[in-house]
Ligand binder design. Structure first.
Ligand code: MN
Length: 128
């Protein structure tokens, strides 16, 4: 069922590697970037099926990167999940306002993480 391409944009090595290992274990293909700028370049070169986006990144933040993905016709329909340690309601509100399609929290809860990814990919298949 897997084989979809998931782009992870996360500057923290430990979080990025754990997310990558889990997704690869589930059979997904993974692309990785340590900055929003690098992630946008990867997404433009090969639009992924889903993006997992950290919010706090060096340079451009995840909020701006999500807006840019939406503004580009090649990636406007790609679901983007915020990968965030913050559970503050105002932060979540800002993330939702920016057009994110969901959240996964850090530190990773393996069951919740996989469930969130699978749910978004399934929803994408049904939509449009
Ligand atoms: Mn970060």
């Amino acid at each position: 069922m897997a084989n979809e391409l998931i782009l992870i944009v996360e500057d923290n090595d430990k979080n990025r590697k754990l997310a990558r290992d889990l997704l690869q274990f589930k059979g997904y293909r993974v692309a990785e970037a340590e900055s929003a700028e690098a992630g946008l370049a990867l997404a433009a070169a090969q639009p992924p099926d889903l993006v997992l986006m950290d919010i706090h990144l060096p340079g451009m933040d995840g909020i701006e990167a999500r807006k840019r993905l939406r503004a580009d016709p090649a990636t406007s329909a790609v679901p983007v999940i915020a990968f965030t340690a913050s559970v503050m309601p105002q932060d979540r509100h800002q993330i939702t306002e920016a057009g994110f399609d969901g959240f996964v929290s850090k530190p990773i809860n393996i069951k919740e993480f996989i469930a969130a990814i699978e749910e978004k990919l399934a929803a994408r298949g049904k939509a449009a």
